[in-house]
Design a protein around this ligand. Structure first.
Ligand code: 5GP
Ligand code: ZN
Length: 107
């Protein structure tokens, strides 16, 4: 999506501090961290929110969830972490490209 901030980050049109990337997903540091480690994990496919998932996205979402603890551990959060997915205006979502917040303090 040409007017999506996170699609622009995926395309490299907007710089980000990447911490993980593969064919399906990208993880990068949140620009306004609310924890010592605050990473956003996004699918490369533009999906606006959890409310916009289809059955076709089941495999992709499974891959994202499996990547979460690995990305957390690689960034010092092997002792545990918090995850958050804000969904829709009522859920406080500001960027409408599905993203998983991974937050914590290194042990
Ligand atoms: P939401 O409120 O939609 O769940 O979270 C959006 C997140 O994206 C916020 O935590 C915000 O700090 C982050 N964010 C917004 N713009 C940028 C940006 O240009 N670069 C990065 N790295 N993070 C951003
Ligand atoms: Zn997007």
């Amino acid at each position: 999506m040409s007017d999506c901030l996170f699609c622009k980050i995926i395309a490299g049109d907007i710089p980000s501090q990447k911490v993980y990337e593969d064919d399906n997903m990208l993880a990068f540091k949140d620009i306004r961290p609310s924890a010592p480690v605050h990473i956003l994990l996004i699918p490369k496919k533009h999906i606006a929110s959890l409310q916009d998932l289809s059955a076709d996205d089941a495999d992709l979402m499974g891959k994202l969830m499996l990547a979460v603890p690995k990305i957390a551990a690689d960034n010092g959060l092997s002792n545990g972490f918090k995850t958050q997915i804000n969904t829709g205006v009522g859920g406080g979502q500001e960027v409408f490209h599905l993203h998983i917040h991974i937050m914590g303090r290194p042990a």
